[in-house]
Unconditional design. Structure first.
Length: 257
C-alpha cells in the first residue's frame, strides 16, 4: 500500500465524541437545554469536569450557551443539532460516499391507526410569541399525530409579528389565543416544554409525570429597533423552534415505532 492510499486518520468528531462524559453530555442536551448545575446533578460528575468537557464541545461549536433571562448569573447550554447532524454526515462520507450528504432532514412518520396521539404543552411568560409560534409549528408539522396547546404564566395577546412570521412559513395562527397556565394545571400531557427561562423557573408539576423539556430561546418581543429588526428576531425564533420541533417529532416517531 502506497502512502497515497493509506487510510486517513479518524475524523476529529469521532475523537471528540469517543469520550464517555462528552457523549453523555450530548445525550442530555439533545433533549433539553440545561445549566451546569443541572448537568452536574444529572450526570453525577464534579462541576469542574463537566465545565471542562462542555468547553471542549463549545470549541467545536456543537454546544451553544445563552445567559438566562430569568437569572443573569445562570447560563443555559444547548446542543446545535443541525451542526452536529452536518458533521456526522460529513464524517460518514469520509468512510463511504453513500453514508454522507444527501440524507433527508429528520421528519415524523404518520401515526398508525389507533396510535397514541402525543399531548404537548408549550409554556412561556406572556404566551404571545415563542409558545404561540411553537404551538402553530407543531400542529402544522405533526398533524393528527399530536394534540398541542400553549399557555403563559402572565398571558397577554398573540403578537402581530408572531402571526406574520408564521404566515411567511405558511402557518396561520390568527385563530390562536393567549391562555393562562391555570387552564391546564389539572390536565395530563406527554411533554411540557418551556420556551422561556422565566417559565422554566416557575413551571409547576403536572399530573401524569410528563417529560419536561426546556428550550432557552430569546424573547423576540423584547427586541427593540425598527420593524425590520424586530421582525428578524421573530423570524429567527421561528427558525430555531422549527428545527427543534422537527427533531422532537423524530424522537416521537422513534418511540412509537
Amino acid at each position: 500500500m502506497t502512502a497515497a492510499t493509506l487510510p486517513a486518520p479518524p475524523p476529529s468528531l469521532l475523537k471528540l465524541l469517543a469520550h464517555e462524559l462528552r457523549w453523555r453530555l450530548l445525550q442530555t442536551l439533545a433533549h433539553s437545554d440545561r445549566r451546569v448545575q443541572d448537568l452536574v446533578a444529572l450526570l453525577g460528575q464534579p462541576q469542574n469536569l463537566v465545565s471542562y468537557h462542555l468547553g471542549r464541545l463549545r470549541q467545536q461549536a456543537l454546544v451553544r450557551e445563552r445567559r438566562s433571562a430569568a437569572d443573569r448569573r445562570d447560563v443555559y447550554y444547548s446542543l446545535d443539532l443541525e451542526r452536529l447532524r452536518g458533521l456526522y454526515l460529513a464524517t460518514g462520507e469520509t468512510l463511504h460516499p453513500g453514508m454522507g450528504a444527501g440524507q433527508e432532514a429528520p421528519g415524523f412518520m404518520v401515526a398508525r391507526t389507533g396510535q397514541h396521539r402525543r399531548r404537548v404543552l408549550f409554556l412561556c411568560t406572556h404566551n404571545s410569541a415563542r409558545s404561540q409560534m411553537a404551538e402553530g409549528i407543531l400542529r402544522h408539522l405533526g398533524g393528527e399525530t399530536v394534540e398541542v396547546w400553549s399557555a403563559g404564566t402572565e398571558p397577554s395577546r398573540v403578537h402581530p409579528l408572531a402571526i406574520r412570521a408564521m404566515a411567511a412559513r405558511g402557518i396561520d395562527i390568527r385563530g390562536q389565543r393567549s391562555k393562562g397556565l391555570d387552564e391546564f394545571l389539572d390536565q395530563t400531557f406527554d411533554y411540557v416544554i418551556t420556551v422561556c427561562d422565566r417559565a422554566n423557573e416557575t413551571c409547576p408539576v403536572f399530573p401524569g409525570a410528563p417529560e419536561r423539556i426546556h428550550w432557552s430561546i430569546p424573547d423576540p418581543a423584547a427586541v427593540e429597533g425598527s420593524e425590520k429588526v424586530r421582525y428578524r428576531a421573530f423570524d429567527e425564533a421561528a427558525a430555531d423552534l422549527t428545527t427543534r420541533i422537527r427533531y422532537l417529532l423524530a424522537l416521537m416517531g422513534r418511540r412509537d415505532s
